[in-house]
Design a protein around this ligand. Structure first.
Ligand SMILES: Nc1ncnc2c1ncn2[C@@H]1O[C@H](COP(=O)(O)OP(=O)(O)OP(=O)(O)O)[C@@H](O)[C@H]1O
Ligand code: NI
Length: 371
């Protein structure tokens, strides 16, 4: 669909520096996103992982002004899209960029679909805003898109209304509406949660195919198999900060931040309070390393000031963790010993019968593609 736009290759499509979003609550300011920096290159898939409440959705929604201000306040040193700043744009300008070049699939799919229009109309409308094609050509493309997101009997269902679809199908319709505009960047927040494994595999194929055509994807997901299947790079979030980042093979092969290790170790388990509950109880520190209260390796240096700087943690370029133990004065060897890949720990528990065999989609880079 999308073609790579011309432009200096070295400019990332999206560049985010020191993004901060705080939200006024009854209990005071909540620092939902607290100094987040990352890039998304052209034709690249970047996955944002981390437990519930870590700030993934607020990060995505802050990028294009989708977080309601107030109660939120968004600031950043830079948010640049295709070389242009988008942080200081007016609401109208942001809406135009969002409509044409950045498409957002929300965690709650209902919000993307207008209940009073048939889904076919919504998809063709998106196509025709982007491109000057006839109604019937747009309808033909809409059918094709609905098929690609796995809507059965697509042609017949063009005239159905959103409420006539299941939650999982609404999520896929939202993806179809998002892709109809041929965006340069797709920001997708948990797009594969409410769907069965067959449809999930189909969506992942679709994502790979649009990336092959030059679209970039920023994907939020809890599902580490999805990450393994589509990510080029991974960002691990905890307490509003990114704690580890790097190419997916490096982060999965050598998880280095103690939080990443804890996340991967507990993959597939659901017990334990979420960050939201812990924040409500005031248990997540607001300075230094946010994970230190739960970290088996915490030392005095983890407290106070800004979050620890990123240190390179493996042979892979750009694989880095925000952890004092990896600095010049630290000793990461006890942390290294703990590392298990999320796929290992899951495979282990599957063989012990703790997790039902559920998917044949994704082993890490099963397709052996260079990234
Ligand atoms: N409108 C809001 N008002 C108050 N607090 C909010 C609001 N939106 C988000 N938050 C809080 O901001 C923090 C980050 O939320 P966010 O939705 O980004 O988490 P998440 O990582 O996307 O979690 P999940 O995996 O559950 O979707 C949480 O503590 C959440 O409760
Ligand atoms: Ni979320």
């Amino acid at each position: 669909m999308s073609r790579r736009r011309d432009g200096p290759v070295e400019t990332p499509l999206l560049s985010v520096r020191d993004l901060r979003t705080r939200i006024r609550t009854d209990g005071g300011w909540l620092h939902a996103v607290d100094g987040v920096s990352f890039d998304v290159d052209r034709g690249e898939t970047v996955c944002l992982v981390g437990e519930s409440g870590s700030g993934k959705s607020v990060t995505c929604e802050s990028l294009t002004g989708l977080v309601p201000q107030p109660p939120a306040e968004v600031s950043a040193d830079a948010v640049e899209f295709d070389g242009e700043s988008v942080i200081d744009r007016s609401a109208t300008e942001l809406r135009s960029i969002r409509g044409r070049r950045i498409a957002h699939v929300f965690q709650n799919p209902q919000s993307a679909l207008d209940p009073v229009y048939a889904v076919g109309e919504q998809v063709t409308e998106s196509i025709r805003i982007h491109e000057d094609v006839s109604r019937s050509a747009a309808r033909g493309r809409a059918v094709d898109l609905l098929r690609r997101v796995g809507i059965p009997r697509a042609r017949e269902r063009l005239d159905s209304y959103p409420h006539e679809f299941s939650g999982g199908m609404q999520q896929r319709l939202a993806i179809a509406v998002a892709l109809a505009g041929d965006p340069d960047l797709l920001i997708a927040d948990e797009p594969t949660t409410a769907v069965d494994v067959t449809v999930q595999a189909r969506l992942l194929d679709l994502f790979r195919s649009i990336v092959g055509d030059g679209t970039s994807i920023l994907l939020v997901t809890h599902d580490l198999r999805v990450v393994a299947a589509v990510a080029d790079r991974v960002l691990v979030m905890y307490g509003g900060t990114i704690v580890e980042r790097g190419p997916v093979e490096a982060v999965f092969g050598e998880p280095s931040h103690p939080y990443t290790q804890a996340l991967f170790d507990s993959y597939g388990e659901t017990d334990g309070p979420s960050i939201d509950e812990r924040t409500a109880r005031g248990e997540i520190p607001a300075d230094g390393c946010r994970f230190r209260a739960e970290c088996p390796h915490a030392i005095d240096e983890c407290a106070g000031g800004a979050q620890p700087p990123f240190h390179r943690v493996s042979g892979a370029a750009a694989h880095a963790a925000s952890c004092v133990h990896y600095g010049a004065d630290g000793d990461p060897s006890p942390i290294r010993e703990n590392a298990t890949s999320p796929m290992d720990s899951r495979a282990e528990r599957e063989s012990e019968g703790e997790i039902a065999e559920s998917s044949s989609t994704a082993t890490p880079n099963a397709e052996g593609e260079p990234r």
